[in-house]
Write a protein that binds this ligand. Sequence first.
Ligand code: GLA
Length: 730
Amino acid sequence: MMNIKYLEKSRLFKLDTNNTSYVIGVVDEEGFLGHAYYGARIADDDVSYLMRIYENPKVPSVNNRDRSSFLDTFPTEFSGNNVGDYRESAIAVTDKNGASGIQFLYKGHRIIDGKPGIKGLPATFEGESKAMTLEIDVVDATLGIEGTLSYSIFEDSDAITRSVRIKNSSEDTIYLDKLMSMCLDMDDNNYKMLMLHGSWARERHIEYRQIGYGKQSVSSTRGESSHQEHPFIALVGENTTQNTGEVYGFNFVYSGNFLAQVEKNQFDSLRVVMGIHPDNFRFKLNAGDEFYAPEVVMVYSNNGLGQMTRTYHDLYRNHLIRSPYLKKPRPVLINNWEATYFDFDNEKLLDIARTAKECGIEMLVMDDGWFGYRNDDNSSLGDWQVNENKIKGGLKKFVDDVNAIGLKFGIWFEPEMISPDSDLYRAHPDWAIAIPDRIPCRSRNQYVLDLTRPEVRDYAYNCVANILKSANIEYVKWDMNRQLTDISSACLDKDRQGELMHRYVLAMYEMQERLITDFPNLLLENCSGGGARFDPGMFYYSPQIWCSDDTDAIERLSIQEGTALIYPLSTMGAHVSVCPNHTVGRNTPFETRGNVALAGTFGYELDVTKLSEEDKAAIPKQIDIYHKYNELIRLGDYYRLASYSKNNLYDCYEVVSKDKSEALITFVQVLNQPNMHSVNIKIDGLDDNKIYRIEGTDEAYRGLTLKNAGLLISRPWGDFQSMLIHLVEE
Ligand code: GLA
């Protein structure tokens, strides 16, 4: 049972999820807030000894001369700055005198039912099960700055969420130079650091780093969570596998700049911090002002990486994604980007729509190029009027035509951007983010709109809303194709320029909130040059995100493995495209492209009128397979059984229904090998005692047998071949 208690005698807070405990201590007369324990569940014993407060140097009340050494060794719950702890600070300020010292001490606390939201920010919520929250008030009495450290737990989850808010309760203005959302001190146990690294078309590849002395971090200062590094790290035990061993995961519910860092100090203890990146960040807080730091989701598992994965998947499905589509099958869509790029008109799209309909596809999505005079990526962002040279007769007529064919209709936008070659830019050059007197950096020949200005935000939002109101549009792909540079706003005071990056993210969230409020039935898919803003923050607004511009089935194995390490399969935008693949030139079987896309939202990104008869004929079959398995894939438990990125030969993963009555195994033989036995794959997640039949055969085995002895999978002939194996309870 989950619970949060205050153990009065030992001055400890104890948070218990079903299988984990997290213990915070109040120490010494001064009220230092320390971290005692995080890990597998423990009893309600007094574990204050874990904070080592009676080892040398002792607490300040016993050994006041040595206060700085105390702070530098004490496992703190939230580190201060410039007063003795030389490790990474969780907060930094500049006070009225220009000094930067700050140290929070315990002031009070509340244990409440439920989970309050975080103003202006995405956050997990109580949902259909129960949640409890601990709020610890802290204060720096010298500065008059107060803080609240919040911790929430859920009845149906082993995740613990954390966030921080601070308030300037003094009469003076202060500047907040840094505020991490979490700080966790713990002993090192030879952990490795797992991170997700990538680039455009190669997002979220799993990487391990040995944790050495000093600091190791991943971060983004690009104004979005980014292709390159991801707001997730995990500490992974030396011998941890998919189903054994320890792992601590940390995921940031935020879509802008972040820092995730592990520091190993002289005593072999670790400090993990995660929060908004302090570079280009400075918030002015006048008397009475507050600042809310985004949420971190921590998951501890001592049953391997797989259990951590499933905890994140369930938490995000049950407590973060709000869209009504979360629990509904998504329409099988066809997107014209790889089919036509900018070269299309209504006739071409209607041809695609007609053939798509014959194949069983359910929605046409018109991608980039339908507005302004955009025939390549050099113009028109900001001019969101339909180009009637391409869409003759206008959008309403075109959407009606698509609907008449029997398809739903969706559309692409990039509302946060402005092309220098656009009517909008000619009218409002100051709407672009730029530093005065400096030529701003272009990327994809475009600038970023300063959404922190209400008039700019309203303009951008209304462009989207007006188009949506003008026709029967049921889906939007919201793209963001460049990262932020030249950070400066024409409308912020000099001493508030450091607020722009965070205010930008808040403004974008506000626009998305308006969109889903005004159009509650809209299916929203976020996107950013592929998957550069694929993060939990965005899932609060959209149930799916385009995972990568790489649609090659083999590259996708690694991208989807890294993405599914934390995010549910139902969130991963995945499409079947043509070969040779447009990003890697690889030829893979149509069937494999379908099988791999099945582990995501599933759809097509090709000109169906140009397919060979054989491939075209395969589509209705693939769509039947999608419908057959989609509920299982959307709602089930995901198990990683083998990894091509590790073995360089084959990939294998499985989804098991919650009631364990069926499972779908996907096996992809990336490289064939001569003269080899069939592959033995141990099938996890089944009910030990149930008997499962391999659909289409007479073979049936007990779950326990499949788990321990494994299933023999005979290698398909050729490279890039794949198969689906459906296990059904007898
Ligand atoms: C990004 C997206 C693509 C496509 C293009 C259009 O790269 O990821 O899917 O929409 O923009 O310009």
